[in-house]
Unconditional design. Structure first.
Length: 122
């Protein structure tokens, strides 16, 4: 669900806020994609979402499956363009640490360290 009723603060984005009231998410790719666009995320604290969304930094993580906490987060962000903009910028910064090139470099580093340790035990 996206909120479209306020002007987008990050040029080119169609949504100001991404809301994910999920019961389960394996990783949270939707959240990561929104964050890559500079969009803060309000999401359920389930599955892999907390790996992506940093509570109070890139959005809000909601632990209850009730609409009120989601509405509270929406109200804060919609009433404070400053918080919305700062969370959006922080969201983009976090998303940039999870690009394919960054992830591949980290994975290659793990493989290289594993090979070195296997050939040079102790």
């Amino acid at each position: 669900m996206a909120i479209y009723n306020t002007p987008c603060l990050a040029a080119g984005n169609a949504a100001d806020i991404c809301v994910m009231p999920s019961y389960y998410e394996s990783f949270g790719l939707v959240a990561l994609e929104a964050m890559a666009c500079g969009t803060p995320v309000i999401a359920s604290r389930v599955g892999g979402i907390p790996t992506v969304v940093k509570d109070m930094k890139t959005g809000y993580l909601v632990k209850w499956r009730r609409p009120e906490p989601f509405a509270d987060g929406l109200e804060v962000l919609l009433k404070s363009p400053y918080i919305l903009l700062n969370m959006g910028q922080a969201a983009r910064d976090v998303a940039l640490t999870m690009t394919w090139s960054v992830v591949v470099d980290k994975l290659l580093d793990v493989y290289q360290r594993t090979i070195i340790q296997r050939h040079n035990p102790g």
